[in-house]
Design a protein around this ligand. Structure first.
Ligand code: NAP
Length: 367
């Protein structure tokens, strides 16, 4: 009964492209009722969908990429922001079909195949039969990609874009080192730096050597090597450290030329806000970052950053173009039905997924 009303409501939206009389606001989703291990994830048929805003797009999800952020949020990372909002729907990536659009949406129509990602702080995620994203958070899905392959791309690639293009402003001919080139962000970073005309080197595990070479890395060094500093031919203009532990930070900074830029994806803003609350923690994080920036400017003459993924329409457009041309690929390691999100998290926790883990949303014939 509830599902029927839901279908009727969405068909009405679909026909008009407007919100009209909204009669139903729930759908099936994987919900996080409390922080904990993969076992806490629950499938619910009555997850509440917020109202569609004027610039929002309602997407019927076909596939959802699983990101490290999802696992960390499940364990309580970001609790200062998310705890009051439990039960939460996790998930940032989505690939699917437009089912309804807000009144000011210009670039998408009902029936369009799209992919995209939510911002890290979005309060309702994509582990759901329907997801709501802003128009600027979506791009047309390249026809050459399945929904499953497309769902592996946006969050990781936009993170790499944010670091390399928006923060470091990489330029043709620069030398870029990606630490952790074998992961989803690392691979996307290699493709993005190559597309910008940079010379790219990376560190990765033995099992990732082929992948990073295929992505275009000119040099790849096993991260288990001793004296990483001696393994590379030259100093770098930019280092993107996706691992961000003290050892990689020390190596990365010593591999930069003076005037170079080091970026770690393990910024401490959320750690501080979880510990001291949003306001005091935010101030403490800003102070910690400034302290590090001053320290490294003085000791090494380099710039130090904590870039955070941000949705970016221009970035997504370029990522979409690269993916359509086969110049950006994030291999999918394992897929699971949406209902098995807990098992998917377990597979990721085990670190043997061999590529991105993607949830596929199967639905009954009348959906
Ligand atoms: N700041 C942000 O906004 C932001 C956004 C997205 C992600 N992140 C963070 O960035 C990290 C990477 O995300 P992801 O999606 O790329 O994860 P992922 O696909 O799971 O990749 C992680 C990779 O790290 C590699 N690795 C582990 N230890 C390493 C080391 N010591 N040196 C070099 N490589 C090492 C592994 O490579 P091998 O397979 O080659 O062993 C693994 O494939 C995560 O910690 C995530 O939380 C931050």
């Amino acid at each position: 009964m509830v599902k029927e009303a839901f279908i009727v409501a969405f068909r009405r939206w679909g026909a008009s492209g407007k919100l009209g009389n909204r009669t139903l606001t729930t759908c099936r989703a994987v919900v996080l009722p409390r922080f904990g291990g993969p076992e806490v994830l629950e499938v619910r048929d009555d997850s509440i969908l917020p109202d569609l805003g004027a610039s929002d797009v309602l997407v019927r999800t076909h596939a959802v990429g699983v990101n490290p952020l999802d696992m960390r949020m499940r364990e309580g990372y970001g609790r200062s922001l998310f705890e009051p909002l439990l039960p939460l729907v996790l998930g940032r990536d989505v690939s699917g079909e437009v089912t309804a659009v807000g009144s000011s949406v210009r670039h998408f129509h009902v029936g369009d195949q799209v992919f995209g990602a939510l911002h890290p702080t979005a309060t309702r995620g994509t582990y759901s039969e329907y997801a709501i994203l802003g128009e600027e958070q979506l791009a047309p899905k390249p026809e050459s990609l399945s929904h499953t392959d497309a769902a592996a791309i946006p969050f990781a690639s936009l993170t790499a874009w944010r670091a390399l293009r928006s923060t470091a402003n990489i330029q043709k001919g620069q030398k870029v080192l990606i630490m952790g080139g074998g992961g989803a962000v690392g691979l996307a970073a290699i493709y993005i730096a190559k597309a910008a005309g940079c010379y790219v080197a990376c560190t990765c595990g033995k099992r990732s050597m082929e992948k990073v070479k295929e992505a275009g890395a000119e040099e790849a060094v096993d991260y288990a090597s001793l004296n990483l500093k001696d393994q590379f031919r030259a100093k770098f203009d930019v280092v993107l450290d996706t691992i961000g532990v003290p050892e990689t930070e020390a190596s990365g900074i010593n591999l930069l030329r003076r005037g170079g830029q080091y970026m770690t994806l393990q910024g401490e803003t959320v750690t501080y806000t979880d510990k001291y609350g949003l306001i005091a923690g935010g101030a403490a994080a800003a102070a910690a970052l400034i302290k590090k920036q001053m320290k490294y400017r003085q000791s090494h003459g380099i710039e130090y950053w904590w870039p955070i993924m941000r949705t970016d329409a221009e970035g997504l457009e370029e990522i979409c173009r690269l993916a359509a041309d086969g110049r950006l690929k994030i291999p999918v390691g394992q897929t699971f039905p949406l209902e098995m999100a807990g098992e998917a998290h377990q597979a990721r926790d085990g670190k043997n997924a061999g590529g991105k883990v993607v949830l596929e949303v199967e639905r009954k014939a009348n959906f």
